[in-house]
Design a protein around this ligand. Sequence first.
Ligand SMILES: [Zn+2]
Length: 340
Amino acid sequence: MRHLNRIHIGIAAAVVAYLVAPLVSAGGVPGGPQISPADALQKLQVGNARYVCGKSDHPNQDAARRQEAFTGGQHPFAAVLTCSDSRVPVELIFDQGIGDVFAIRVAGNITDKHQTGSIEYAVEHLGVPLVVVMGHRACGAVAATCSKADVHGNVASIVRSIGPAVERVQKRQPDLKGDALVAEAIKENVFETIATLLSTSQPLNEMVKAGKIKVVGAVYDIEQATVSWLGVHPQESTILAAGVKSIGDHSGATDSNSGAKEQAQTGAVPGDGGAAAAGGSNPASAHGEAAKGHNQTGSESPTKVAGETATRDKKTPPPPPPSAKPKTAPQPAKPSGGHP
Ligand SMILES: [Zn+2]
């Protein structure tokens, strides 16, 4: 009889586990989205395909959804860190609705404590399984950095944060100029931000290591509406293994994590071979399209940059972190120990 009771208890426990399991997201957050990183990526890709074809479903945008999200809370399936550029409307691009995408937008899709903290919240507390860092064609912030535009006030902080990415491209491909340089720098800047996230955030570093989340790059074509998927950072394993450094104080995060990230990015050719790991689309075609796009129409002028970044809310001038190497975007690269 006691034996039968134990069997019944075992069956009951299994049933409870079965019933509860669907309520726990891939990231282990109860009530989180029931979707894997790969499926979340596919959902964005399919949504973008609808948008590109002019056949958007406009899902989850009515009053019922609004009420459901209010009473039931938010359960976004992806976090997207992208540029503030008004031509990059995240929900439209991916044909999503209310409560679907946790969006973080800042000129140049860079990251510091505020942006990184927002993404940590998304993955840790909302169970978001996929983080996308998305640059865009004709990004004025990147173009301003490439052209060493004379920017003022807190806009200079944004340009400084993009500087290392531009320097790496210039060192790797010294013949690149104009639109071609901007196009490569846009992709490099996406990977710069990914590296910053993984090398300054313990939760993100650990969750990627554990396979609970994926962090992938992308570039949006503001003319064609297509998203080119760049995959995970090509040096992801090296960056993860190097561990986490503290992020700088409200300045460009890249200022303060020069060690592990720079080591990982030395000689890297971002994007190559990464898309497969992310379950993304063809990396070769993605890169080709991105570069082609930039070459076709070029970037906006530095004067437009000021307009793009005018809404940024950088309250204080960025003090250089103790261990930081000065950002060198508008200036020549440091002779040694600086960015590769
Ligand atoms: Zn931009």
